[in-house]
Design a protein. Structure first.
Length: 328
């Protein structure tokens, strides 16, 4: 069996000098040596390194390079692809690869570690081993993230459904806990509650991205927050709601903002609302031309919107279409 491994840095590719954690290219060899020592040497690995950095320093350009590397590798005769990646921005690269590749490609697994590999508490090796096992046994197609949480259970997530980490926590979760499956020891168990649509649009393939998404204004609902100022460069606004799908609309700041986007014909999208009865605070969305997106993880919808705005894709025509399993 042949697996192509793409190293990009992150904690799984770093070492600690007792004061700082920093990328260390030698950890490519360390991870594979640890795997072979623990699980045997029957897997043929080929490796590449399109870039090497701590994942908090990733930008649109690193996402672009990663997609290109994976897209080229998938054309070769590999059983699957593993991408080693830092945890801080794992969700963003996972979503981008989901949209680039869709759900029909051979498995692509994004593997990270909560601590450097030499730390006995690190979950990097079991995450990597689960990725290999998943590929070897053909448990699914498309893009996935294997990750062992602090409860000791190793989950397999559909890569387009990841939530942002909670503050000061390492665990990774899927939206509405709709993870793909999990491991009980060495046994993979498909989650009976997992369901997804087949790809309803064609995967994006190789894309281009600017370094920063400066044309998209992001608004996160929190108490006392003012709404973003719209300028001539604004192409779209994406709003992340409170957990009940609400934002503050009972103030002059919202009204000024809503009138500005309506008058300037700037699309505004609400992410976080569910298929349930809406609150009074949301009744004015339609009056201002604000679009409520279907239930999905905020990060995936941000990436979907960003890729669309920079690659001549009409987001209004695709946001209701599932790609890479993103929509619930």
């Amino acid at each position: 069996m042949k697996i192509f491994v793409i190293f990009t840095g992150g904690t799984i590719g770093s070492s600690s000098n007792g004061e700082f954690i920093s990328p260390n290219g030698k950890n490519k060899r360390l991870l594979l040596e640890m795997f072979k020592k623990e699980y045997g040497n029957n897997i043929e690995f080929e490796i590449s390194e399109p870039y090497y950095a701590l994942s908090e320093n990733n930008t649109g350009k690193t996402i672009e390079h990663l997609i290109a590397a994976v897209y080229d590798a998938k054309k070769e005769n590999y059983n699957g692809i593993i991408v080693t990646h830092g945890t801080d921005s794992l969700q963003y690269s996972a979503a981008a690869l989901s949209y680039a590749l869709g759900n029909s490609c051979k498995p692509v697994m994004l593997v990270s570690s909560n601590f450097v590999l030499t730390d006995e508490s690190a979950n990097g090796l079991p995450n990597f081993a689960a990725a290999v096992d998943f590929i070897e046994n053909k448990y699914g197609n498309g893009v996935f993230v294997p990750y062992k949480n602090s409860d000791g259970k190793l989950y397999i997530h559909r890569a387009s459904r990841l939530l942002q980490h909670s503050e000061l926590a390492d665990d990774i979760f899927s939206i509405k806990n709709k993870y793909y499956g999990s491991y009980n020891g060495d046994t993979f168990i498909k989650n009976p509650d997992f369901d997804e649509k087949e790809d309803e649009i064609k995967p994006f393939g190789k894309i281009t991205l600017s370094e920063f998404s400066e044309d998209i204004k992001i608004f996160n609902a929190y108490v006392g927050n003012g709404y973003p100022q719209i300028d001539d460069n604004t192409k779209a606004v994406l709003v992340k709601t409170y957990h009940s799908g609400t934002i503050c609309t009972d103030n002059d700041s919202f009204k000024k903002f809503a009138e500005s986007i309506k008058n300037n014909k700037i699309p505004c999208y609400i992410c976080g609302a569910d298929n349930r009865e809406i609150y009074e605070s949301a009744k004015g969305f339609a009056d201002y031309g604000i679009t409520v997106l279907p239930p999905a993880a905020f990060i995936s919808q941000y990436i979907k919107l960003w890729i669309s705005t920079e690659n001549n894709i009409d987001f209004n025509k695709i946001f209701n279409n599932s790609l890479g399993g993103d929509l619930l």
